[in-house]
Design a binder for this molecule. Structure first.
Ligand SMILES: *[C@@H]1O[C@H](CO)[C@@H](O)[C@H](O)[C@H]1NC(C)=O
Ligand SMILES: *[C@@H]1O[C@H](CO)[C@@H](O)[C@H](O)[C@H]1NC(C)=O
Ligand SMILES: *[C@@H]1O[C@H](CO)[C@@H](O)[C@H](O)[C@H]1NC(C)=O
Length: 380
């Protein structure tokens, strides 16, 4: 069984910890703000009357803010050796507690952000499609301050239109429409990331591409990576692929009939989902050594003194172009109600990643077990 199964486990977003008033919605939502890269304000959030509060970090990030205490809320997804994730500022914090205030953690210096410690990312797939960029993979989440067993969604929508984080901005130089001009950065207005259960995924959509709102829809926050960013990432493998656009999140075809699934309200049981997504085809995959990707992590230690990670092994380098297509994508994903993980995941541990030596298997099994529990237990 491929390690990719791990990424099919659903994550659920919880927002109960934050003050959310159902009667408040921004008149100037983040998703509508057009912010050219050369015109980024100190804080992009403008509403001062949101009962949930105000933007906690800032969007102008530079060498002064490039510390492990950075509160930079401008992030990039450029390449496998130059990407960021949203994660909590304080150590060991759940996404539900931190979602409004998460900050950028990048694997490359130069963005004025925190730097991911060595060993934080243990496998990753970066896919460029005509209309978006998708990243997905496995991680040691405590190294990015993510605590708890339940993950959550971070997106440019947010319950009140301010986004999670409130005022988060996302840029890339890698949209197909940018024609390889690395010096030019485009804002993604529609984006969604999931992190938790030692997994992550994210999609950022090209505003000039096909259906950015539908391809990066943020309303399926209880369904996790399997539905929002179907992928074939495998622990221990770091690869960059071309890919086709997926069908818009929530849209599925059975016997030639196209349907749109609507996620039930947070207060209702999730119940069964009428389809299981198949990852869109990928091609031209190129595999990288993790040591080549996380060069800026040297000397970065984990926050809060927890789990010092110093491993720096190189990832397995499988022949380019074959990896993704050969991977099994069998899904035990919609594990229903079992809290024991059903023993179906023998994680692929070929090749040593830059992760904690020997930690891969136990971490992975824990992921599956917890993920199954999440699906079955949480009916928020
Ligand atoms: C660097 O970023 C900080 C935080 O946004 C800002 O206050 C400061 O003015 C910036 N410095 C420069 C030189 O732009
Ligand atoms: C993280 O927080 C949880 C809940 O407070 C606690 O049980 C756990 O020991 C903490 N883990 C670390 C590594 O600090
Ligand atoms: C742009 O960046 C990509 C990814 O890092 C790299 O492969 C490519 O060579 C760069 N292009 C130029 C013109 O430098």
């Amino acid at each position: 069984m491929s390690g990719s199964t791990l990424l099919t486990v659903s994550l659920l977003a919880l927002s109960a910890a934050n003050v959310v008033r159902g009667d408040y919605f921004s008149t100037d939502p983040l998703v509508d703000k057009v912010v050219p890269y050369d015109a980024i304000p100190y804080r992009v959030m403008t509403d001062t009357d949101d009962p949930r509060g105000f933007q906690s970090g800032y969007n102008i990030c530079n060498s002064t803010t490039e510390t492990q205490e950075s509160l930079c809320q401008t992030m990039f997804v450029n390449h496998i050796d130059d990407f960021c994730l949203w994660a909590p500022a304080p150590p060991n914090t759940t996404i539900s507690d931190a979602e409004g205030d998460v900050v950028a953690w990048c694997n490359k210096k130069g963005h004025g952000t925190r730097i991911m410690p060595n060993g934080a990312i243990t496998g990753m797939q970066f896919v460029q499609t005509p209309s978006y960029i998708q990243i997905s993979g496995t991680l040691n989440q405590l190294l990015l301050n993510v605590g708890g067993t339940y993950g959550g969604e971070l997106d440019s929508g947010g319950q009140d239109g301010e986004g999670n984080p409130m005022g988060g901005l996302v840029y890339t130089n890698a949209f197909k429409s940018n024609n390889g001009n690395n010096a030019s950065f485009q804002q993604a207005q529609h984006w969604s990331f999931f992190i938790g259960d030692n997994q992550f995924c994210g999609k950022i959509c090209d505003q000039t591409g096909s259906n950015p709102q539908g391809l990066c829809n943020n309303i399926y926050d209880r369904l996790g990576c399997e539905y929002n960013a179907p992928n074939t990432a495998t622990e221990g493998v770091f690869e960059v692929c071309e890919g086709d656009d997926m069908t818009p999140v929530g849209t599925y075809v059975v016997n030639g009939v196209t349907s749109v699934y609507t996620q039930p309200a947070e207060t209702a049981d999730l119940g069964s989902i009428p389809y299981t997504p198949t990852p869109a085809p990928t091609s031209n995959c190129v595999t990288y050594a993790s040591a080549a990707i996380f060069t800026d992590a040297a000397g970065i230690t984990a926050a809060g003194g927890s789990a010092s990670v110093t491993a720096s092994g190189a990832a397995a380098t499988t022949p380019a172009g074959t990896a993704a297509t050969n991977k099994a994508t069998t899904g035990t994903a919609k594990a229903t109600g079992s809290t024991t993980g059903s023993g179906s995941a023998a994680p692929q541990t070929t090749g040593s990643s830059g992760a904690l030596p020997g930690a891969g298997v136990s971490v992975s099994l824990a992921v599956v077990a917890m993920g199954a529990a999440v699906v079955g237990v949480l009916g928020m």
